[in-house]
Design a protein around this ligand. Structure first.
Ligand SMILES: Nc1nc2c(ncn2[C@@H]2O[C@H](COP(=O)(O)OP(=O)(O)OP(=O)(O)O)[C@@H](O)[C@H]2O)c(=O)[nH]1
Ligand SMILES: [Mg+2]
Length: 426
């Protein structure tokens, strides 16, 4: 399977549906009154962490995700139906980043986790809502609140308990293949592994996940070789297994190269617990093993384990060591990742112009909607609306007649608005 660890996608939640303008019209019931229902809420954009996925490859082919808009309200006080949500299924360990590729907006670390990332716009009120003692037959309605839209980056950081590190050809993929059911490509040339592989190690009742990532070379942090971008995948692991090819002439130089790259990468990688493995022991003479082990122990100041991924020598001991550390670490801190709070933009305050009018904008710095006038919607503002059924329009004419003849004729020219905005034609 192809591995893709980042993708840019466009998300949009559904607009709210417009409210309806309708009047009750029945035989023998004169001036039946407004009965236009409210519009439905737009669908949300939901992000869900799904088990069994380990790539964002799907998002290379489809990049636009739009939730359905809310349905419009109807006569007889029927409210519009809610728009359907759009659900993005992503692998566990996916982060959602802002367009700047730095700000983490959402972090999905557990299977089944669901976040409403962009909320659908609320539906607008139908004319039944605008009925007041002074305007008993309003033709006003609200067009509904717009959905939110945003370009974001999806970035996958695999969550493995243990990360395999080493120079190309150190035998990382061979180790993964020997200890798990994974079948990574193995060959005696550098950069055989081009993308991370995950495998589950089963040790008795226990299991843990290890990640095999492409080999690092000197200068990886400057982009040499495949660079260090795959190090992100072991950033979240609890322990690193640093494999060193025992057949190399200078094992200490191999060790230092990787340690330097970890330090250059930053984050907490260089401080992570590390098990050092002198690998390919089957191809070494006993005195070579002793000599190289001693040199590495001196350079690292830590115990060095001797193993051979090819023959299985020493492998169980290494797994046991990894498992012990992982278990201790899980007992101390069940969750390695502290997910930052999701940031989402609230809808504009009711009674203000929609951003579509070019008058209100979300200001990221103040965290508020800015601009826009404090005025209500007039039906004149709306070119098209919820006037779906022709006969309901006629009802509106009766309503004007009623207004003019009504006892509160002197109040003509202002409607139920608190701000007293003049009505059209006033
Ligand atoms: N003798 C011996 N050879 C090994 C051992 N482990 C791996 N090899 C050989 O070393 C070569 C590289 O092995 P890989 O497992 O592909 O190494 P890698 O670290 O994954 O390499 P990259 O993916 O390029 O970073 C292959 O030819 C393996 O057969 C071992 O324990 N003993
Ligand atoms: Mg490999």
């Amino acid at each position: 399977m192809k591995f893709l660890d980042q993708a840019k996608v466009f998300l949009k939640s559904g607009d709210g549906g417009p409210g309806a303008v309708a009047f009750r019209r029945e035989k023998y019931i004169e001036f039946g009154g407004p009965d236009g229902g409210d519009g439905g809420r737009g669908g949300d954009v939901v992000i869900e962490a799904a088990d069994g996925l380990n790539t964002l490859i799907d998002y290379r082919y489809k990049q636009h995700f739009k939730a359905q808009r809310g349905h419009h309200g109807m006569g007889s006080n029927r409210n519009g139906a809610r728009g359907e949500d759009v659900v993005l299924r992503v692998p566990v360990g996916t982060q959602i980043l802002d367009e700047d590729q730095e700000t983490v907006l959402c972090d999905l670390t557990e299977a089944g986790q669901r976040r409403v990332f962009l909320r659908g716009g609320d539906g607008g009120h139908g004319n039944a809502h605008f009925k007041t003692p002074t305007n008993r037959a309003p033709r006003k309605f609200h067009p509904g609140w717009p959905g939110q839209e945003q370009w974001v980056w999806l970035r996958l950081k695999l969550i493995a308990d243990a990360g395999l590190l080493g120079l190309p050809n150190a035998g990382k993929s061979t180790f993964l293949a020997a200890t798990t059911a994974a079948k990574p490509k193995i060959a005696d040339y550098p950069f055989t592994t081009l993308a991370p592989n995950l495998g589950v190690v089963r040790a008795g009742d226990e299991e843990f996940v290890i990640a095999d990532i492409p080999g690092l070379i000197e200068g990886a942090h400057e982009g040499h070789g495949l660079g260090d971008r795959f190090l992100g995948h072991v950033e979240r692991s609890r322990i690193l297994l640093h494999l060193i090819d025992g057949t190399a002439d200078d094992v200490v130089a191999s060790y230092r190269t990787i340690r330097n790259e970890l330090a250059a990468y930053g984050g907490n990688l260089a401080d992570k617990l590390e098990v050092i493995g002198l690998n390919k022991a089957d191809a070494l003479l006993d005195e070579e093993i002793d000599e190289k082990k001693a040199a590495l122990e001196e350079a690292s100041g830590a115990e060095v384990m001797v193993l051979s991924g090819a023959t299985g020598q020493g492998v169980q001991k290494v797994l046991y060591r990894l498992l012990t550390v992982i278990k201790e670490s899980k007992a101390e801190e069940p969750e390695v990742i502290h997910a930052p709070a999701t940031r989402s933009i609230p809808r504009p305050p009711v009674g203000q112009k929609l951003p579509d009018d070019g008058e209100m904008r979300w200001d990221d710095e103040t965290g508020e909607w800015v601009g826009g006038e404090d005025e209500d919607f007039e039906e004149d503002d709306l070119e098209e609306g919820a006037l779906e059924e022709g006969e309901e329009l006629e009802g509106g004419e009766e309503d004007e007649a009623l207004d003019e003849d009504g006892p509160e004729g002197e109040e003509d020219g202002s409607d139920d608005d608190t701000d007293g905005t003049p009505r059209h034609g006033a």
